[in-house]
Design a protein around this ligand. Structure first.
Ligand SMILES: [Zn+2]
Length: 135
C-alpha cells in the first residue's frame, strides 16, 4: 500500500528498517512509495510536546471500514529513547496504521507491555492474516 513517508531521517535513520520488517513479513502488508495524492498510510513526525505518547497510530474510517492509516512519531520524546525502543515504536505504529490492535500479554510488536520486539511476531502475523487473507 502506498506509504507517504515524511519521517525525518536525521532523527530516525532506522525508519526504513521499520518499514522493511513489515514488507518482509509473510503477510499482505507491503508498503510501497506513495505521495500526498495517493497514500493509504501517512507516516509523519513532529514536536507534539509531552503528550504521554512517543508514537501514535491508527486508521481513519467510515462505518468500520478503514480508508487510510497513520503512524506519527513524537519528536519531543522519542529521539532520546534507545534504539530498540524506537524500532519497537516505529513498527508498532505502522501496525496500527495497518488496522492492528494492541496485543498485550502476547509476544508481539503490538504489545504495549513488552517493548522488546521490533519486527512482527507470530501473533502479529496471525492477526494480519486474519484481517487480510494471504494467498
Ligand atoms: Zn499502540
Amino acid at each position: 500500500m502506498p506509504l507517504w513517508d515524511q519521517i525525518n531521517r536525521s532523527l530516525y535513520p532506522e525508519f526504513g528498517d521499520s518499514i522493511s520488517v513489515w514488507n518482509s513479513s509473510p503477510t499482505a502488508a507491503y508498503f510501497s512509495s506513495g505521495s500526498s495524492s495517493n497514500y493509504l498510510v501517512n507516516a509523519a513526525d513532529a514536536y507534539y510536546g509531552n503528550t504521554g505518547w512517543d508514537g501514535y497510530g491508527g486508521v481513519h474510517g467510515f462505518c468500520g471500514n478503514a480508508t487510510d492509516g497513520f503512524a506519527l512519531l513524537n519528536d519531543s520524546t522519542l529521539p532520546g529513547k534507545d534504539y530498540s525502543y524506537r524500532r519497537h515504536t516505529e513498527a508498532h505504529e505502522l501496525g496500527h496504521a495497518l488496522t492492528l490492535d494492541h496485543a498485550d500479554g502476547y509476544v508481539a510488536v503490538m504489545s504495549t507491555t513488552d517493548t522488546s520486539y521490533y519486527s512482527p511476531q507470530q501473533h502479529d502475523i496471525d492477526d494480519m492474516n486474519a484481517r487480510y487473507p494471504w494467498p
